[in-house]
Design a protein around this ligand. Structure first.
Ligand code: ATR
Length: 276
């Protein structure tokens, strides 16, 4: 990298409550790089193409993309990396030599978070149950498929679970019967919006899970969801999705700068907790 300031940002709507500027600006400092990470609010998907052209002309190195545009930007990319192609969504763009490459670092973030939080743990050959079949579920299912896990998907709308299963070689379970499959599950992952502040609770009885099972909640607002409280009450390992946010950001930062920032999950978590 030269001394040119690294111009980065986040496209989404709304973007005002994002934690990404704090994360990336602390890493720019850590790596002694000049640059900035700004918010790029875009409400109407019809304005995305024009905005990308504007950012290219303004010398941006890359941007993250968040809700609701992760899928809408896919056809605007000159190239897609394998994860973005399989997931059908882009969360990171690299602007290089007039070309835009779309990446998806969410799957990496999920697996890296789990590996950092659970010592010596690997999803290979493990039975993973994914709750949900939306956009976040696609990234999770792709991640576990890549790691060689056996995947079960349960979703309120069974057809969506079935479609995802067919695409990624997983098995579906009816939402009403999810508890019946828990006794063979090594890792339970919530990718639905249930349990998020302002959303309905996730009603599930964790009783049948083995005592060695891990429970992961992609929801990090609140930081400790009722699902994670239930897991802790059963003495199960409980992992919050805040780490996924941090590790998907770490991979994005590496794509833009070539530097892998050191992640101190504990102290970063503490400062982000205040902002959540
Ligand atoms: P995201 O991109 O964040 O995954 P999404 O694509 O809208 O968002 O997916 C939301 C997920 O939460 C879906 O699996 C959805 O279930 P349906 O496919 O049946 O809609 C799930 N979800 C949302 N509200 C729910 C509820 N009240 N009960 C059960 N599942 C719910």
């Amino acid at each position: 990298m030269t001394d040119t300031p690294v111009k980065l940002g986040l496209i989404g709507w709304p973007v005002t409550h994002s934690l990404s500027p704090q994360i990336h600006e602390s890493w720019l400092q850590q790596q002694e790089l000049t640059g900035s990470y700004g918010l790029v609010p875009v409400e109407d998907p019809a304005h995305l193409a024009g905005k990308l052209q504007e950012l290219t002309q303004a010398g941006y190195r890359g941007v993250n993309v968040t809700i609701p545009h992760k899928e809408a930007v896919v056809p605007l990319m000159d190239e897609l990396n394998p994860a973005a192609k399989a997931i059908g969504a882009v969360n990171t763009m690299l602007f290089e030599e007039g070309q835009i490459t779309g990446h998806n670092t969410d799957a990496f973030g999920l697996i890296e978070n789990l590996k950092q939080q659970v010592e010596e743990w690997s999803p290979t050959e493990k039975a993973v149950m994914v709750l949900g079949a939306g956009g976040a579920a696609r990234a999770a299912v792709y991640a576990f498929q890549q790691e060689g896990a056996r995947i079960l998907i349960t979703n309120r709308t069974l057809e969506k679970a079935d479609a995802l299963c067919q695409e990624f070689g997983a098995k579906s379970v009816a939402w009403e019967e999810k508890e019946s499959a828990l006794e063979f599950v090594d890792l339970l992952v919530n990718t639905t919006s249930l349990g998020m502040t302002g959303q309905p609770a996730l009603e599930i009885d964790l009783g049948p899970l083995p005592s060695t099972a891990i429970v992961y909640d992609i929801v990090y607002n609140p930081l400790e969801t009722r699902l994670l409280e239930q897991a802790k009450a059963r003495n199960l390992k409980a992992v919050t999705g805040l780490g996924m946010l941090i590790f998907q950001a770490q991979k994005a930062f590496e794509i833009w700068t070539g530097c892998v920032p050191a992640v101190d999950l504990e102290s970063l978590g503490q400062s982000l907790r205040k902002l959540c």
